[in-house]
Design a protein around this ligand. Structure first.
Ligand code: TNX
Length: 565
């Protein structure tokens, strides 16, 4: 395999009077050649990407090494420019290279100058409205003289950047400069997602997590091309989002959590920070206000919402299904309209999730009547209603989305709702619930839906999983993380990784690429990246993690009193 050092460069090449390279240019070229000869690193295979790309055409004669003087040239578009800056920020810490970003309007350098024989040598990010790549797709061309990423949208470029990042050596995740041979495998990847909705859910109600923790979860989603973060903001144990018209929801309802800890809540500014951090990573936040059950924290704050108008005691246990807001009191609907109105105003995305699960004490027509009213409130706010699949028996409302968390593969009520036009997000409890334990001896998590090792998380097909729900009715997939037993960022990461990439691959990759042995090998390559980035993950025994010292075992378990393997 040949690795060709690129022509050495400066960010803005100076015209050379005598037609000869200057001394500094020669020195850099020599240094680059020395690195090439000394390390002779083999680049990754072009197909070593998670989630699996749609089409991969390797060209082993076209490997490329990122030169110290590389430039990033980008189409003159603010959103594309932001992606180029993000790429530079990803590459600068480990490489120590300056990697200046220049757009084609701000600088005479043309996009074509980043690639092509004798050009500057660098990475070009090109928006091309005519490209046949869809709203989120991209094409990545790695040639001996540079890299070109093409997409119709900045979102496509962003996904392409995640691929580019995975094709560089794992050391690219280092927060400090590393002497590495930044080789990329030559060839072309053409890629686009199977499903438009690919998400994860974080339950911030059972245990509260600081904004910084949520931002880090968003980073993990972005790596694997997930584009939705569902926040379970309210439950019996805590209310986590500020609502100005009902302030006690947070001051009283937010002050508890499972196990008796202090709880907490997001101010509107906190929530806005999460939303904009996610948006910058092309991720849409889906807020959930769980109704009519899972509402003990709201009832503690406002007993008027309770069926008996008496405040229940705060709840810090882990049972479900006992609480509900009074469906027979008009003030309940005023409350819901106020809350959903404020949350909708804070949320640029189209979705409002209204829960609807495990309302064991609101049944039959009372339940469906309640849901139908709340669905209309959401529609009147201009949002699309999402709810757990228990919403199915309520009347159809245009555009509504049900989230399947069942553990069977058939449910006539859900199939009928789909027949009437509902779309489905698939979160089967026995495959996608990331709060399930990996194995009997792994720490933290539940097992009510079974144990979920990496293969179990990977081996199902969202397009055929629920009887009577054709692939066309499937909006996508989501991996929920409930947090009754999860108390820290390390716990979150331990349960997320390495299973989140499995769910991400089911959402992104075409079925034709589905192959456990191949996935297992590609996933193994992520381990050194997480280790280098200081991310906790479970060293699942079924994955052939590389036996390099870059995976410190202390990162394996989130707690010191338990061992994962
Ligand atoms: C079921 S899934 C729940 C949650 C629990 C979870 C624990 C769903 C819609 N409801 O309230 O946290 O199980 O795994």
């Amino acid at each position: 395999m040949s690795t060709t050092p690129s022509p050495s460069t400066t960010a803005v090449p100076a015209p050379l009077s005598a037609g000869e390279p200057d001394a500094a240019t020669l020195a850099r070229a020599a240094e680059q050649t020395a690195v090439t000869v000394l390390t002779a690193a083999t680049p990754h295979r072009l197909a070593d990407v998670v989630p699996a790309p749609q089409q991969v055409q390797p060209d082993p004669t076209a490997d490329w090494v990122l030169p110290a003087g590389a430039v990033i040239v980008v189409s003159a578009d603010p959103a594309a420019l932001a992606v180029a800056e993000q790429l530079a920020e990803l590459l600068r810490p480990a490489t120590g290279y300056p990697l200046p970003v220049t757009d084609t309007a701000a600088h005479p350098l043309r996009v074509a100058d980043a690639t092509g024989p004798g050009r500057v040598g660098g990475i070009a990010l090109v928006l091309d409205e005519a490209a046949d790549l869809g709203a989120e797709g991209y094409r990545l061309d790695v040639a001996t003289d540079g890299v070109r990423l093409t997409a119709v949208t900045a979102t496509g470029l962003f996904h392409g950047v995640q691929t580019l990042r995975q094709l560089l050596p794992a050391a690219i995740e280092s927060p400090t400069p590393v002497a590495e041979h930044w080789a990329l495998p030559g060839g072309t990847i053409t890629d686009a997602p199977r499903f438009p909705y690919r998400g994860a859910m974080l339950d911030v109600a059972r245990h509260f997590f600081a904004v910084e923790d949520v931002l880090r979860v968003i980073d993990h989603l972005a790596r694997y091309k997930l584009n939705h973060l569902h926040l379970h903001l309210t439950d019996d144990q805590g209310w986590r989002i500020a609502v100005d018209s009902w302030p006690r929801l947070t001051t009283v309802g937010g002050a508890t959590e499972v196990g008796g800890g202090p709880g907490g809540h997001y101010t509107k500014a906190d929530y806005a920070r999460i939303v904009s951090y996610a948006a910058a990573r092309h991720i849409t936040v889906v807020p959930e206000i769980d109704l009519p059950g899972h509402t003990n924290a709201a009832l503690v704050a406002y007993p008027v919402l309770a069926p008996d108008k008496i405040a229940p005691p705060p709840y810090t246990g882990t049972e479900v299904g006992f609480s509900y807001v009074d469906p027979a009191d008009e003030r309940t609907y005023d409350f819901i309209a106020d809350v959903l109105g404020e949350v909708a105003a804070l949320t640029p995305g189209p979705w409002l999730h209204i829960g609807g699960d495990e309302a064991f004490k609101v049944t039959g027509e009372v339940y469906t009547g309640f849901v139908e009213r709340v669905q209309r409130i959401v529609a009147d706010l201009g949002k699309t209603v999402v709810g757990w699949h228990q919403l199915a028996p309520a009347a159809h409302l245009d555009g509504r989305v049900l989230q399947w968390w069942g553990t069977t593969s058939a449910d006539p009520t859900t199939a009928e709702a789909v027949r009437q036009g509902a779309r489905l997000i698939l979160s089967p409890g026995n495959h996608a619930y990331l709060d399930m334990k990996y194995a009997p001896d792994t720490p933290i998590g539940h097992d009510w839906a079974g144990l979920i090792d990496v293969r179990k998380a990977y081996d199902w097909d969202p397009g055929t999983h629920v009887a009577g729900v054709p692939a066309e009715a499937v909006l996508g997939v989501e991996a929920p993380l409930w947090t009754e037993s999860v108390t820290s960022l390390a716990d979150i990461e331990f349960l997320l990784l390495p299973r989140l990439p499995a769910i991400a691959e089911l959402g992104w990759s075409s079925r034709a690429t589905h192959d456990w042995a191949d996935f297992r090998d590609r996933l193994a390559g992520q381990g050194p990246r997480w280790a280098t980035a200081g991310v906790t993950f479970h060293r699942a025994p079924e994955i052939p993690w590389p036996t390099t010292p870059t995976i410190p075992t202390q990162r394996d378990t989130p707690r010191t009193d338990t061992a994962a393997h």
